[in-house]
Structure formats: C-alpha cells, structure tokens
Design a binder for this molecule. Structure first.
Ligand code: UD1
Length: 349
C-alpha cells in the first residue's frame, strides 16, 4: 500500500511542488492548509500535473491551531509521516507582529506535534531555513555552524528546531529531519505552478518577476557596498523542484534505523549575487529589469551559501539545476501567470 504523508502548508509554493513530487513518487498526500497565504488552485493544478496519480491527493482546509479539527483528521486516517511546511514567513511582518508569528508558527507546530504523538505518528520532516545561520562568520554554512536568530520569524524556526531536538531526547522513537532551505526560486517546468506571494514581495525573484511582467517599475537592489564580487548580496539559490526532491530523499531517510533527529542543508553550494541573478533572468526572458540602487536592507547578511556534503552523503540527494534554469522556469511561470493563481477580476479575459 502506498505510504500516506500529511503535508501541512501543502498549497504554498514549496508545499505544492513537493506534493507533486510525492504523487509522482507513488505516495498518497493529504494536505492541510489554512489558505491564509496560498490558493487551493495550486493543488488543482498539481492534481492535473500528476495525471493518474492525481487521485492520491486529498485537501482539508484546516488551521493547525484548530486542535479538534486536527484530532478528527488523525482519527480518520493513519499517516506514515508528516512534512510540516505551514507557517508565516515574512521577516518584516514578523518584526511588526511578533505575537502573530509566535502564535501561528509555534502554537501551530506544538499542536501538530501533540496530535501526532496522540496518534502514534512520530515521523517528521520540518521546513527550517538557512535564516538560522544569521550572518555567517564562515561560509559555506555546514550543519554544525553556529545558529542564531535575527528576527521573530527566524526565532520561530530556531525554536521549532530546538523543540524537535528536545522531543527526540525525551522519546527516541521519534524520527525527525530538519531541512534548512537556502533560497528557493524557479517553478515547475510546465509553468503551471509557481510562487504567488500576496502583497509586495519581500524576496528577490518574486519581485524581479513582477517587474518583468510590468506590475512594478523597478527592482530596488538592497546594498551595493558588500565585500562581494560586485558589491551586492550573495545567496545560494536553489530550484524549487530540486528542493521538493530533497523532501522525498528525506522521507526515504526516515526509514533508516539510524536516524534520530537530523539536520540537513538543502542548497546548491554555489553563491550568486543579486546582479548575477538579474542578469541571468534578463538573458533567459529577454526582458530588461530596471534597477534602483539603494542602501542595505536591515538584517541582511553579506554572503550565505550551503555546504551540501552532508545531504549528498546521507540523503543521496544533490541539486541538479543551475541559475539559468531557475530563471527560465521562473519566467515561464510568470509569463503564463502574470497575476498568479487568482488574477484580479478586472484583468480576467
Ligand atoms: C529572506 C529572509 C530570510 C528568509 C528567506 C526566505 C530577510 C532579511 N531574510 O532571505 O529570513 O528565510 O528570505 O526565503 O528578509 N534583494 C534585493 N531587492 C529585493 C529583494 C531582495 O536586492 O527587492 C536582495 C537581498 O538584499 C539579498 C538577496 O536579494 O541579498 C536575496 O534576498 P531574499 O530573496 O529576500 O532572501 P534572503 O535575504 O536570503
């Protein structure tokens, strides 16, 4: 029988791409999402892309803080493992509304963990973030690098990691993999699913994409005086489909008897500057991205990229796609869906 995976936040950007890879890999995926920052249309499209496997996807609109609803779900179905994506992720908003972040991310996770224990499901893959490396003193970041948090959002990731380490210490029958994502970009090559942030995008590529389709006049480049090759910030961009495949590798690893609570970086190991990213996007899209040079964004690190050795060695996983492919797929999605999944009514033909 196919293994059944509960995917929290499965309608979101990384979640939807992972659900597709799960279905194609023969898993049954049960998605819970409160749709606060995502659209159910992503899942309809995932279902279509999955072809015959599409019927192995089930969706429930549930907020993780709604314990009775989660209890009911776990009582109705047995889950072999849980991939936990659900959470708020805007750094600036987390500084303005810390309680919202602690309530949503921490209470949501604690409730999920409680219900998992109550139903004997102790296999978890959690979406952590390279944000836990703060401003790294040494790159590449290895899983042993010091961790810290620079804002409430980052603190929720750090706290959840610590909670996971504590529950594993208290009960060694848990199997937990914490995945530290670097910078996910791009979209499925069909251009049918992709990232669709609400409001003004905080992250680089969603912003670039909105400039390319004419929704915004120019990209503001945050900082041109970093000690990098061209003065702009350097990050480890990773294709979202590679990232999704990293979750399948992590799920497989959960059945390894040696696994307790483990951390893995999911990145490419390569650093790319903001200007290099823009230039690759311009090349593959044929679109000019007007730039406005500005001061550094508070809280931004200079150079962040991953050591990928541990994931390669232990998960048998390695990112396949390069920057041009990430930008090509980002543009394919953007040009086909300039206003995301739910364009304003006035724009619909
Ligand atoms: C950001 C978050 C990080 C979070 C991650 C999630 C901050 C300070 N950090 O990381 O906590 O885990 O997103 O994906 O928000 N840039 C511009 N102009 C823009 C947007 C970004 O120049 O309009 C630059 C940034 O200065 C940075 C690079 O592009 O050098 C990447 O930025 P971004 O996509 O926001 O990712 P991170 O800052 O790495």
């Amino acid at each position: 029988m196919a293994s059944t995976v509960l995917v929290t936040g499965g309608a979101g950007y990384i979640g939807s791409h992972t659900v597709l890879q799960l279905l194609l890999g023969g898993y049954k995926a049960v998605v819970v999402d409160n749709l606060d920052n995502s659209s159910q249309i992503s899942l309809k499209r995932v279902q279509e892309l999955a072809g015959d496997h599409g019927s192995n996807l089930v969706f429930h609109k549930i907020d993780l803080r709604d314990k009775p609803a989660l209890e009911k779900l776990f009582a109705s179905e047995k889950f072999d493992s849980v991939i936990h994506f659900a959470g708020l992720k805007a750094v600036g908003e987390s500084v303005q509304k810390p309680l919202l972040y602690y309530d949503n991310n921490l209470i949501g996770t604690i409730t999920l963990l409680e219900v998992m224990v109550a139903h004997g499901c102790k296999n978890l893959v959690f979406s952590s973030s390279a944000t836990v490396y703060g401003w790294p003193k040494v790159v590449p970041c290895t899983e042993e690098s010091p961790i810290s948090a620079m804002n409430p959002y980052g603190r929720t990731k750090l706290f959840i990691e610590e909670i996971c380490r504590d529950i594993y210490q208290s009960d060694k029958s848990w199997k937990i993999i914490l995945l530290r994502y670097f910078n996910p970009v791009g979209a499925h090559s069909s251009g049918y699913i992709g990232e669709d942030p609400r409001g003004i995008p905080n992250n680089l590529m969603p912003f670039v994409q909105q400039v390319a389709v004419g929704r915004r006049p120019a990209l503001t480049v945050f900082g041109t005086d970093y000690g990098t090759k061209d003065g702009t910030g350097v990050r480890d961009y990773i294709h979202v489909v590679d990232l999704a495949d990293g979750h399948i590798a992590a799920l497989k690893k959960l059945s390894d008897p040696s696994v307790g609570c483990e951390v893995y970086n999911l990145g490419t190991g390569k650093g790319t500057s903001v200007l290099e990213m823009v230039s690759s996007f311009e090349k593959v899209s044929g679109k000019k991205i007007p730039l406005e040079m500005a001061d550094r964004r508070p809280g931004d690190a200079e150079i962040v990229y991953a050591s990928t050795e541990k994931a390669e060695r232990e998960l048998n996983w390695k990112a396949k796609y390069g920057i041009d492919e990430m930008c090509r797929d980002q543009w394919n999605w953007a040009s086909k869906n300039p206003y995301g999944y739910e364009p304003p009514a006035a724009l619909e033909k």
